[in-house]
Design a protein around this ligand. Structure first.
Ligand code: UD1
Ligand code: CA
Length: 459
């Protein structure tokens, strides 16, 4: 056995075989998203960041989907099905084959605590490296109801008492079991195998490992983690609490890194949202997955972004919608009620009002007038619109794709552009206006005559 944690091998077992009954859902709760990503992926991510490369997934329902959701390039995982749900100790033993491969450390974590970070996981493994057989991750809470209580004396963890089995005095304890623990990997199978099910629920409690280890002369300790990190998800209401905590944490981290948020509590981020320094995010902005915002950009209120890249010093919104494949160049502008989908907007280009730009390329410094629409879909196929740089697209233009507008070209307002426009050309794609002198007077007189006739009839 080596005392240096970084040289010790580790297997993490993720327990996720629960029925998710209280979620009242047709799918496993670990598939429910936090920050637009399945809960279990957050847990795997924390393990990967803690340097753990081997994972055993203990699954029940939706095993294939959960396995796919847990996929992570940094870890190798195996799947173990727990067919009967007889308790957390029984669940760990479902991964017997993986544990028997022989690891220095065995880490047991839950699939439904997505806020866990690497710090407590590393601390728990350090406890093993320092000679403990069992290290339990605990937390202090104002309301310990329902949790297993940690009974600690002189730095030693004597036992974990499940709420249902606890005495009145034990229930007053506020130091609780977060459910996650590290176990000496060489002793784990033997220790867990000796756990019985004589308790209020008739389940094999993993928590009994503390007393089992001590009975054979082993040592158990607890390490404390922030309560927030151990928040478990059992109901949709708890899922919403977890989402809120996740959002708060990430927004705070971004602000510390130099992103301005005027009303952070109204900004929603995804797990992979990246925002550069000196970017400003105004109130009520939603980031779907796959968004990067470069430094100095401003996202005005009520904008919705997904799968989009916003260049440095670009400005979008208010009320802009960036859909997947939107790529906005540095210093570009996308204004109110404009939707951009799978389209590049060149550096310094402007699409300021009420437009739909889809499957398009817009060159640098081109100005796209209000109400411009790319007609990209013919009912079967999508077609591309190409607009060069320094072009001017007049308001209310329809660009019927496939179509190309050259560099420096001008399009007259209200045009329907169906043919390519060469560089530096002016295109009129609308009927010419005709003025009929005095005709309005005749129309007015005729209308008055009709009204008068109607009044006479009614009498
Ligand atoms: C568990 C702990 C409790 C702790 C609490 C923290 C035990 C006995 N109790 O209680 O001390 O305070 O977590 O949230 O460990 N699971 C399986 N198969 C099973 C049973 C459970 O995969 O047969 C999985 C569940 O899907 C869940 C996890 O294990 O992810 C925890 O099980 P759960 O029944 O929720 O334990 P708690 O009663 O919350
Ligand atoms: Ca639980």
């Amino acid at each position: 056995m080596t005392a240096d944690r970084t040289k010790r091998t580790c297997l993490a077992v993720i327990l996720a075989a629960g029925e998710s009954t209280r979620m009242k859902s047709s799918k496993s709760k670990v598939l429910h998203p936090v920050a637009n990503r399945p809960m279990i992926a957050h847990v795997v991510d924390a393990l990967a960041r803690a340097g753990i490369a081997d994972i055993a997934l203990v699954l029940g329902r939706d095993a294939e989907k959960v396995e796919a959701a847990a996929k992570n390039a940094a870890v190798k995982s195996t799947v173990h099905i727990q067919t009967e749900r007889l308790g957390t100790a029984h669940a760990v033993l479902a991964a017997r084959e993986a544990i028997a491969r022989g690891y220095d450390d065995l880490l047991v974590v839950f699939g439904d605590t997505p806020l866990i970070t690497e710090a407590p996981l590393i601390a728990a493994r350090e406890g093993l490296a320092d000679g403990a057989d069992v290290v339990v991750i605990g937390f202090e809470t104002a309301d310990p109801t329902g949790y297993g209580r940690l009974i600690v004396e002189n730095g030693e963890l004597l036992a974990i008492r499940e709420h249902k089995d606890a005495s009145e005095a034990e229930r007053a304890i506020t130091y609780c079991n977060g459910g996650l623990m590290a176990i000496d990997g060489r002793k784990a199978l033997d220790l867990i195998g000796r756990i019985g099910n004589e308790n209020a629920k008739g389940e094999y409690y993993l928590t009994d490992i503390v007393e089992v280890a001590r009975a054979s002369g082993g040592r158990a300790i607890a390490v404390a983690a922030p309560e927030e990190e151990l928040t478990g998800c059992n109901t949709r209401a708890e899922l919403a609490v977890i989402e809120r905590l996740w959002q708060q944490r990430r927004r705070h981290a971004m602000m510390i890194e130099g992103v301005s948020m005027i009303a952070p509590e109204t900004v929603f981020l995804s797990y992979d949202t990246e925002i550069g320094r000196d970017a400003t995010i105004e109130p009520n902005v939603v980031f779907g997955p796959g968004v990067t915002v470069e430094s100095g950009a401003v996202i005005h209120s009520f904008s919705h972004l997904e799968g989009a890249h916003v260049g440095a010093d670009a400005e979008i919104g208010p009320y802009a919608r960036l859909r997947p494949g939107a790529k906005l160049g540095d210093g570009s502008k996308v204004g109110n009620f404009t939707e951009i989908k799978k389209a590049e907007v060149g550096a310094g280009a402007k699409v300021n009002h009420l437009s739909y730009i889809g499957d398009a390329f817009i060159g640098a410094h081109t100005n796209v007038g209000a109400g411009t629409i790319t007609c990209n879909y013919d009912g079967i196929n999508k077609h591309i619109t190409r607009i060069g740089s320094d072009a001017f697209i007049g308001s209310n233009t329809s660009l019927v794709a496939p179509v190309t507008v050259g560099n420096g070209a001008y399009i007259a307002s209200g045009s329907v552009i169906t043919a390519d426009v060469p560089d530096d050309a002016v295109a009129f794609g609308r009927a010419r206006q005709e003025n009929k002198e005095g005709r309005a007077v005749l129309i007015r007189e005729r209308n008055q005559a009709i009204k008068d006739a109607k009044k006479k009839d009614a009498r």
